[in-house]
Design a protein around this ligand. Structure first.
Ligand code: GDP
Length: 695
């Protein structure tokens, strides 16, 4: 029979991991009693160790689900808290301390919590049992206790004493049975006394006659009867040593003490047929638990089958029977991401780098041109307008190219371009682009729903790019060094530069024209813009003299309007310059590189092109190919091998959709497992029946 109980307790434990559904559990023995009724002493006598929290300050605030596992061949006795994932605890004083900490973790204002503490105790001396210890009933609330404590404890106990659980109602012999809170509570839910086992403690505190009559109680008759116990040694010195707190096994001492007490009083002799002593209580408990669990098996199995059918249906309909585990989900997600990355790396090569860099350098060339060629100092309103004014006498100036100023200008422009820090600039442009692409890939991947993975991937790419960029920028700077001294432009390079810069100027022209349009919309139409601009022009040409600096508004226009007007003037002038330069670039004069001082745009474009060619080659070989090699390996390290099981689970469960899917799969697997266990239990039962029939 032992095997059966153990198996059922195992199944009960399995069901606990499935979820706390009332129908999905096997019954247990629930221990109730008033404070100081001797409840802890009884439980400790059964276990054989002192392990329950002690103290005056309501130390039991949570239910303790105690599973006792008989280990006949082992010597060691130890406990485990499955929820804490701790190893075996062989020191029962430590178990007591952990239980005390777990209980005291419930804040005093909450009084009690229905979140159970699970504790398993393995020992050759304990029977296979499953017991739930509840906070003791109190009669009056102490001054430092919340007033609703009494009700809260009663409510918590009510939750547990429901059928089909067995109630172990503890009452002290020296208290009138009519006042036993435990018996009263049990009568409310089990009026016919069918699933309540009475325990009368402190039998040594009443005279034997009265003690015996309590056990024979007819007033509160219980089908499972009463057991009388003495769980504490008399206070004489020699025996109390045996009960020394925190000592080793107390079972022997209790049994010895009880035997001495009960055998010395004929009222409890064999003829009395009274059940006395913790030993017989233990036996009774095993028997009752086994019977009760066995009786519940069928309904529990049915409930499990229903749940399983539901889980299977959900698995089929919602998830198309797609198997899933946290590991497989991570592995698939990582593979998909690496695949997408490979796809990207095949499309993002030297050509794309070149485009990026050329665009960046085109902008630098435009800036240089604006600074060195297209500017003219501002007049009156200069304090409040952009620093450069794009009017220039370039086209009119020195068409023969005799004036040295143009040579100096071009040389200094080209030097400015080559000494811009192209190494750092180009490297960071490409690194930033790579990072942006990685960010995009993350967003498009499954990892988008996983903050943990997002961060891991982003950190991987940023750290690799940072490491690579440092040296690469310096090395690239060395590669372009020759251009800092001398630049020869070939005819075909000139022709290409001319074509390209014409495109760049056109694009810039479009950008300016669009900006003008936007300004017109913001300022209230073309006419308004014209009025403001002509006012500004008149100020600039000296036709109108401003009083003050015009910051607060002038000429009937608000300060804001004037500010926008100045922007419009700037853009108009820039448009003029761009048109003019575009014409120049397209003119015959700029077709020949001999005229380079008249066509700085073309020359600078050709220089930018040379710089780009060096940089794209270098960055393709150094930055891209290294990054493409290292990054997937780093991903493996950070999201593959490097993760613990707990991290993988946490990762997969970050996505609510996956969490639900995983839950269904897990629930289904667990229920299937439980059913299989129940089937083996059924076979075991049948075998035992056959065996006992043969005897
Ligand atoms: P709980 O509050 O219900 O858990 O009660 P305890 O087990 O802590 O016991 C309350 C007090 O009664 C303690 O001082 C115990 O030593 C004492 N006690 C428990 N059982 C017996 C018993 O059988 N006989 C005697 N004389 N005292 C007992």
């Amino acid at each position: 029979m032992m095997m059966l109980t153990r198996k059922m307790i195992q199944i009960r434990g399995l069901l606990q991991t499935v979820g706390q559904s009332d129908s999905l559990t096997l019954p247990s023995i629930v221990v109730i009693g008033s404070q100081s009724s001797g409840k802890s002493s009884v439980l400790e006598a059964i276990v054989g160790h002192e392990f329950l929290p002690k103290g005056s300050n309501m130390v039991t605030r949570r239910p303790i689900e105690l599973t006792l596992v008989n280990t006949p061949d082992a010597h060691a006795e130890y406990g485990e808290f499955p929820a804490l994932g701790q190893a075996r605890i062989t020191d029962f004083g430590q178990i007591q301390k952990t239980l005390t900490d777990l209980n005291l973790a419930v804040p005093p204002e909450q009084c009690v919590s229905d979140d159970p503490i699970q504790l398993r105790i393995y020992s050759p001396n304990v029977p296979d049992l499953s017991l739930i210890d509840l906070p003791g009933y109190i009669q009056v609330t102490g001054r430092d206790q919340p007033p609703e404590l009494k009700e809260k404890i009663a409510e918590l106990c009510d939750k547990y004493i429901k059928a089909p659980n067995v109630i172990l109602a503890i009452s002290a012999a020296d208290v009138d049975m009519a006042n036993s809170t435990a018996l009263r509570a049990s009568r409310r839910v089990d009026p016919r006394g069918e699933r309540t086992l009475g325990v009368i403690t402190k039998m040594d505190l009443v005279d034997p006659e009265r003690g015996a009559s309590l056990l024979k109680d007819q007033k509160y008759a219980l089908r499972l009867g009463y057991v009388g116990v003495v769980c504490r040694a008399p206070s004489n010195a020699s025996s109390s040593k045996l009960f020394h707190r925190g000592s080793g096994n107390i079972m022997q001492a209790v049994t010895k003490n009880e035997a001495a007490y009960f055998s010395s009083h004929p009222e409890f002799g064999p003829d009395s047929h009274l059940a006395v002593g913790t030993k017989s209580l233990r036996k009774k408990l095993m028997h009752v638990l086994e019977q009760t669990m066995a009786a519940s098996l069928k309904t529990t199995a049915e409930a499990i089958q229903r749940e399983l059918a539901e889980a299977t249906y959900e698995y089929k309909v919602q998830y198309n029977e797609r198997p899933l585990s946290a590991e497989s989900y991570l592995a698939e997600s990582l593979d998909a991401f690496k695949h997408a990355f490979r796809g990207f790396s095949e499309q993002f090569g030297r050509e794309q780098v070149r485009e990026l860099l050329k665009h960046e350098l085109d902008q630098q060339v435009l800036n240089l041109l604006a600074q060195k060629y297209w500017n003219r100092p501002f007049d009156d309103l200069s304090a409040a307008v952009p620093e450069s004014d794009p009017l220039s006498g370039l086209m009119k100036a020195d068409p023969q190219g005799q004036n040295q100023i143009w040579q100096i200008k071009l040389d200094s422009s080209s030097a400015a371009l080559t000494k811009l820090g192209v190494g750092r600039l180009a490297t960071s442009v490409v690194a930033n682009a790579l990072q942006a692409h990685i960010d995009r890939l993350i967003t498009q991947s499954r990892f988008s729903a996983h903050p943990f993975a997002r961060q891991a991937i982003t950190e991987a790419s940023t750290s690799i790019l940072k490491d690579l960029s440092y040296d690469i920028a310096d090395e690239l700077e060395i590669c372009i060094k020759p251009y800092k001294y001398r630049i020869e432009v070939e005819d075909h390079e000139w022709a290409k530069g001319r074509d390209n810069v014409a495109k760049v100027l056109k694009e810039e022209l479009k950008v300016c024209e669009d900006a003008v349009k936007r300004l017109e919309e913001q300022m209230g139409g073309r006419k308004k813009v014209k009025d403001v601009m002509s006012f500004i022009d008149r100020v600039r040409s000296g036709q109108v003299v401003l009083e003050g600096d015009g910051v607060g508004g002038a000429g009937g226009f608000s300060a804001a309007l004037l500010r926008k007007g100045r922007e419009a003037v700037f853009l108009r002038d820039r448009v003029d310059v761009l048109k003019m330069r575009l014409m120049a670039v397209k003119s015959k004069q700029c077709a020949n590189k001999k005229n380079k001082y008249h066509c700085p745009e073309v020359f600078l474009d050709a220089v930018a092109d040379k710089l780009t060619t060096t940089a794209d080659l270098f960055l393709d070989a150094e930055l891209l190919s290294k990054f493409y090699y290292i990054f997937p390996r780093e991903l493996d390290a950070r999201l593959g091998r490097g993760l613990s099981q707990a991290e993988i689970d946490r990762f997969a469960r970050e996505d609510p959709k996956i969490r639900r899917h995983l839950d269904v799969v897990r629930r289904k697997e667990l229920l299937e497992h439980v059913l299989k266990e129940m089937e083996s239990l059924r076979q075991l039962e049948a075998r035992e029946k056959r065996y006992s029939a043969r005897l």
